[in-house]
Design a protein around this ligand. Structure first.
Ligand SMILES: Nc1ncnc2c1ncn2[C@@H]1O[C@H](COP(=O)(O)OP(=O)(O)O)[C@@H](O)[C@H]1O
Ligand SMILES: [Mg+2]
Length: 257
C-alpha cells in the first residue's frame, strides 16, 4: 500500500464491537472512511447506524453501560486506547443531529458557541467566523439582518443549516450527520443535499439516511448495516446497481426494512 492510500483514510475502524449491557449492537465492524468523501449509512431501524456514528467522536461515552472492543483509528490514533482530549476530538469530528437543535440563544451566539469554548473572544474574529460559517451553509443572506434574533424563530430547514454552521465554526475535519433531513420538507432537504455536495470539497462527511435517493444523490460510498453488522460497503453506484450481498439488494429494492 502506498503512503497516499494510507493517508486517505481519515478513520479506520477495525473489528469494532459494541455492547449496550448484554445487547451486542455492533458486530466486528471494519470500516475505512476516506478523506473528502461522503459516506452514507443505510439500513433498517435499530441496525446500529446511530450507534456507529456516535462512536466516531465518542459521544457514545455519554451512554452508561457501554462496552467496546477493537480499534477506531482517527488520523492514525486509536481513540479507544489513547488518552485524548474529548473536546478537541469533537472539535475535529463535528456532529449534526436529526432535528435541528439550536440552543435557545441568538443566531449569532449559536454559531459563536464552539469558537468561544475554544477561547476565541475578540468580537472581530468571532464576527468573521460567524459570517463565514453562515455563508458556507447558504444561510447568510437569509439571516444577516437578524443575527441577534432567537435561533428558534427560524424555520426547520434554516435551523438545520444553522446547526451545520455551528458545527463548521470550529473547523472540523469530519462532519457526522444522523438523518439530517428526516424532519425537513422536500425543498429544505434539497438545500441540505446541495450543501453536502459543496461541503465535501473541504470535509469528510458521514451521513445516516433512510432515503435511498438521498444516499445515491450525495454519497461516494454507501454502507449497508443489518442487525449490528456491516453487510456491505462499496461505491454508491455499485451498491445501488449491483450489490454483492442479496440482503443489500433486498433492502434497497424495498423487500424488507
Ligand atoms: N442507549 C442505549 N441503551 C441500550 N440499547 C440501545 C441504546 N441505544 C441504542 N440501543 C439499541 O442498539 C440497537 C441499535 O440502535 P441504533 O444505533 O439507534 O440504530 P439505528 O440508528 O440504526 O436505528 C437497537 O437495538 C437499539 O435498541
Ligand atoms: Mg438512528
Amino acid at each position: 500500500m502506498t503512503f497516499a492510500t494510507l493517508t486517505r483514510n481519515v478513520f479506520d475502524i477495525k473489528d469494532l464491537n459494541l455492547w449496550y449491557g448484554e445487547h451486542h449492537a455492533l458486530k466486528n465492524i471494519n470500516f475505512p472512511i476516506i478523506k473528502k468523501e461522503v459516506t452514507a449509512m443505510i439500513g433498517p431501524s435499530g441496525c446500529g447506524k446511530s450507534t456507529f456514528v456516535k462512536t466516531l467522536n465518542l459521544m457514545i461515552n455519554y451512554v452508561s453501560n457501554v462496552k467496546m472492543t477493537g480499534e477506531i483509528n482517527f488520523n492514525g490514533h486509536n481513540i479507544l486506547n489513547e488518552k485524548l482530549d474529548l473536546v478537541e476530538l469533537r472539535k475535529k469530528v463535528g456532529m449534526v443531529f436529526q432535528k435541528g437543535n439550536p440552543f435557545p440563544q441568538s443566531i449569532y451566539d449559536n454559531v459563536a458557541y464552539g469558537p468561544r469554548i475554544h477561547g476565541i473572544k475578540k468580537k472581530k474574529h468571532l464576527d468573521e467566523i460567524v459570517t463565514k460559517s453562515l455563508m458556507n451553509v447558504a444561510l447568510w443572506d437569509e439571516v444577516k439582518d437578524r443575527l441577534h434574533a432567537p435561533a428558534l424563530g427560524l424555520s426547520g430547514g434554516q435551523q438545520q443549516r444553522l446547526c451545520i454552521a455551528r458545527a463548521l465554526a470550529t473547523k472540523p475535519e469530519v462532519l457526522l450527520m444522523d438523518e439530517p433531513t428526516s424532519a425537513l420538507d422536500p425543498i429544505s432537504t434539497l438545500k441540505i443535499e446541495e450543501l453536502i455536495l459543496e461541503l465535501k470539497e473541504k470535509y469528510t462527511i458521514v451521513i445516516v439516511t433512510h432515503n435511498m435517493q438521498q444516499a445515491s444523490r450525495v454519497s461516494d460510498k454507501t454502507a449497508f448495516f443489518l442487525m449490528g453488522e456491516l453487510i456491505e460497503l462499496d461505491e454508491t453506484s455499485k451498491i445501488f446497481s449491483n450489490p454483492r450481498d442479496e440482503r443489500t439488494e433486498g433492502y434497497i429494492t424495498g423487500r424488507f426494512g
